[in-house]
Design a protein around this ligand. Structure first.
Ligand SMILES: [Ca+2]
Ligand SMILES: [Ca+2]
Ligand SMILES: [Ca+2]
Length: 432
């Protein structure tokens, strides 16, 4: 401690003499280095926060600071509908979907009995895909289907599929209220003019509007009052491509899976892309002022989710980085710099068919992993390099401390304050 106090006197004298001369230079250097830091986030640690989940999908923080994850479930032994992906196979119903809360290291299913469809081994589940909270702390969830809504009504007779739900409580039971039937909307309107098909996959609540991405309908819809009829925001474009098996031209569906708000307050949507599941052709769309999708970034493979960080950088989560029909099941997390010019893959082989992405207030990244497998799903926390600890620091490290301070909350005042006041908070960086 004495060494630190001596050092503080030396440093105070140093800064008094050099401050006028150094400050502009320090500031410019700080901004350059800060910019470099913003462009290349690096993972320092990956932890498994929850395991043993049944097809975990999107995840979100609640007003209590806990992390909530939607589990699509493992189906059951009830009625069945045809699998959308495996010819001849069927998905069987069971009330095995859940909302799981992760809080202070405790993992608990706080809503159970949500509808689920899956193959007999519990994989390929369709069920609850997202949970979100409004500004008042009320919780909402969406339930997928991945089928024609007529199959819900006639074969399953479980009306909770393809609905926006209000979650009534988190006491571990099955208590929710159906707010809006997006399946009926697809049945009656089929806005993309392709198959009648619905699979609600991402929910976003912004300014008390509920936005819903329907991966089956290839559409983004919304609802202002959280009740009654949905409204169409936009449909995403199909593209014509070549079937690699037959060489014939096929219409490839976009299959949007994710919606988020950008730093410009516009909505951004990521697409999985449908058959023939080519790599490096998935796009991120920005919904423009006319409500139309325009390409913001392309060349991704099977986008599962999107999130912007507070600097305007975009994280793109790839469900299967070398293509669903190729090679391994490894996903990828790609960071696109705020200016859109630089892309960095910051995680890849650690991720297996990841399905959900959320950035915490601490800047750490939370991912639902193994998102289509029963009993093996995980929630991961990817910590970014950001915390630094110094001993009794040489002046260079003090400059670095100031740089890290502004990079942590992007407040330039943090550069001036410690330098101008000559009152360095020695104890805050003298740890270790
Ligand atoms: Ca349709
Ligand atoms: Ca969401
Ligand atoms: Ca693959």
């Amino acid at each position: 401690m004495d060494a630190c106090c001596d050092l503080k006197k030396v440093l105070d004298r140093f800064w008094k003499e050099k401050l006028d001369k150094l400050l502009p230079e320090i500031l410019i250097t700080s901004l350059r280095i800060m910019s470099a830091i913003v462009k290349t986030p690096q993972i320092s640690r990956i932890e498994v926060l929850a395991s043993g989940l049944d097809s975990p999908r999107k995840l979100n923080f609640g007003p209590d600071g806990a992390l909530y994850v939607a589990e699509a479930g493992r189906g059951g032994t009830g009625a069945s509908i045809p699998s959308p992906t495996q010819p001849g196979a069927s998905l069987f119903y069971g009330a095995t979907g859940a909302i799981t809360r992760i809080q202070n290291g405790v993992v608990k299913r706080v809503v159970t009995g949500l509808p689920s469809l899956a193959l007999p081994d519990g994989s390929d589940a369709a069920g609850v895909n997202d949970i979100e909270f409004d500004a008042y702390g009320n919780a909402y969830a969406i339930v997928g289907l991945a089928s024609n809504p007529a199959n819900r009504d006639n074969l399953l007779q479980v009306p909770d599929f393809s609905q926006l739900l209000a979650i009534d409580n988190f006491d571990g039971g099955a208590s929710w209220t159906r707010l809006s039937d997006f399946g009926a909307y697809e049945q009656n309107n089929n806005p993309d003019g392709q198959n009648v098909d619905t699979n609600l996959y991402d929910l976003l609540i912004a300014d008390n509007i509920a936005y819903v991405v329907d991966a089956g309908a290839n559409a983004l819809l919304f609802q202002r009052a959280f009740g009654g009829e949905p409204t169409l925001e936009t449909v995403f474009p199909t593209r014509t491509t070549t079937d690699p098996l037959t060489g014939e031209a096929v219409v490839r569906q976009p299959v949007p899976t994710s919606v988020t708000v950008g730093p410009d307050n516009a909505l951004y949507v990521g697409e999985l892309t449908g058959f023939p599941f080519q790599a490096e052709t998935a796009q991120v769309y920005r919904i423009n002022a006319e409500g139309q999708p325009e390409v913001y970034a392309g060349g991704f493979t099977h986008i599962a989710d999107l999130a912007f960080d507070k600097f305007g950088g975009l994280y793109v989560l790839e469900y299967d980085a070398d293509g669903i029909l190729n090679g391994s099941d490894a996903g990828a997390l790609i960071y696109v710099s705020p200016d859109g010019k630089t892309r960095t893959t910051i995680a890849d082989d650690e991720l297996i068919n990841p399905t959900g992405l959320e950035i915490g207030s601490d800047g750490d990244i939370y991912i639902s992993n193994k998102g289509f497998i029963a009993g093996q799903g995980e929630v991961l926390r990817l910590s970014l390099e950001k915390d630094i600890t110094f001993g009794c620091a040489p002046p260079y490290d003090l400059v670095k401390y100031c740089i890290m301070a502004i990079s942590a909350d992007s407040d330039l005042a943090n550069v001036y304050h410690p330098l101008l006041s000559h009152s360095f908070p020695i104890q805050s960086y003298s740890g270790a």
